[in-house]
Design a protein around this ligand. Structure first.
Ligand code: DCP
Ligand code: MG
Length: 397
């Protein structure tokens, strides 16, 4: 094969797949690619049930919900002044051509009756959290993509529902009934197709792409609707005479790799309905820390202790802001010559306050040599997270 094995598929910051991963999968459906020597034979896992959900006109819908007088009217969320831009527009405003990222002045020209509303970000964030709470009734495999968008893997769902579309219907109904908002959902066997599907019949869409229909669906799909294809790549495809999925399918593997590098491998796979990226739930924070490199090396233990006091203060604030509760403290000391030592200890109760952090840090420091030529960096971090319930118990004792 004309490319290296290993990491591939970096079309977008978030994306990484590996061919090793593809080949290690248990074969479910053999994808019938042409058996030309340079064409890889890939397996396609079509057994997963993936949903992509995206709220409709999210900020604007919340405003219309909370201000009944705005319902049915063209609404834009954003600053109305001459330098403002539209964050989003209600579907009534979109009928006039108003859309996200458009200068407000232009939006007003297109739609003179447009009502501008200043955004309420904290409200939108809170509603986004409520929406995610609904998702988690069905699965813990929820991967938030943005404030109003997420992937869900419902292959095994908490209600034991057989069909992905059934889960999607219920989620849409919960969102409508409880939050008085509308979502669009796409259902398929991978993230790429689920995302395309959720965009398909917006607003209030519900589109399923069955594995047997995927090929036909992809063939008619404009290449710019492929995940990872921005305006620049779309133009490059255009020059190569590739406008749709059907055109893309005709491009040999070697040609795609020659033109697009590792991204070409991904396009090759997408054109065949293959996307093995897992739904990755937002990872839990494992530690919170802070460190400082000093312009002038700290000459002795007294200076080091004083600086640790400052770091402990900063750490206390960071722990509070991130609501992180943990029991292990790690001290990091880097010498003038870059040699670095770390010392850790685990406390019986969570380390949340400066005084407790400082006591632990000073104890750890007794086990660290301070060279005469000084210390250039100090760091403190708290790890070993504890559940909030346990944390409260810690405070009680
Ligand atoms: N947003 C923003 N600036 C942009 C794009 C979006 O501030 N350039 C905000 C406002 C949107 C929210 O993010 O309400 C979600 O973005 P979407 O792209 O999902 O847009 P909408 O939800 O508004 O509309 P759609 O129905 O097309 O999903
Ligand atoms: Mg949206």
């Amino acid at each position: 094969m004309p490319y290296k094995h290993g990491k591939e598929g970096m079309v977008h910051g978030r994306m990484r797949t590996s061919l090793r991963h593809v080949f290690s999968k248990r074969p479910q459906t053999l994808n019938l690619c042409p058996m030309i020597a340079s064409e890889p034979v890939l397996l396609n896992d079509t057994n997963r049930k993936i949903i992509h959900i995206d709220m409709d006109a999210f900020f604007a819908s919340i405003e219309q919900r909370d201000h009944p007088e705005l319902r049915g009217r063209p609404v834009a969320v954003g600053h109305a002044d001459s330098r403002g831009v539209v964050a989003t527009a209600s579907y009534e405003a979109r009928a006039f051509g108003v859309k996200s990222a458009m200068p407000s002045a232009r939006a007003r020209m297109l739609c003179p009756d447009l009502v501008f509303i200043e955004g309420r970000m904290s409200v939108y964030k809170a509603v986004g959290e409520e929406v995610r709470g609904i998702f988690r009734r069905y699965t813990d495999l929820v991967e938030p993509v943005s404030i109003d968008e997420a992937y869900l893997d419902v292959t095994q769902n908490k209600l034991g529902l057989e069909l992905g579309v059934e889960v999607a219907k219920r989620i849409k109904a919960d969102i409508r009934r409880e939050l008085h908002l509308v979502a669009s959902a796409g259902v398929s066997y991978n993230k790429f197709l689920a995302k395309v599907a959720s965009d398909w019949r917006k607003p209030d869409g519900l589109c399923t792409i069955h594995p047997l229909r995927a090929r036909r669906f992809i063939e008619q799909l404009p290449v710019k609707a492929f995940w990872g294809v921005g305006p620049v790549t779309a133009e490059k495809f255009e020059k190569l005479g590739v406008k749709t999925g059907a055109d893309l399918l005709k491009m040999p593997f070697s040609e795609l790799v020659a033109q697009f590098g590792q991204a070409g491998v991904v396009y090759y796979k997408f054109a065949r309905g293959i996307d093995d990226r897992p739904v990755q739930p937002a990872h839990e924070r494992k530690s919170v820390g802070c460190e400082t490199t000093y312009e002038v090396d700290l000459p002795d233990r007294a200076f080091v202790l004083e600086e640790l006091g400052r770091l402990a203060q900063t750490l206390e604030e960071r722990l509070r802001r991130s609501r992180f509760v943990g029991t292990t403290l790690t001290l990091k000391v880097r010498y003038y010559n870059f040699k670095t030592v770390t010392r850790s200890m685990t406390a019986a109760v969570p380390l949340t306050e400066k005084a407790a952090i400082m006591r632990a840090a000073a104890a750890l420091l007794t086990d660290v040599d301070i060279p005469a030529r000084g210390v250039r960096l100090l760091g403190l971090s708290v790890s070993s997270p504890v559940q909030q319930k346990d944390a409260r118990q810690g405070e009680l004792f």
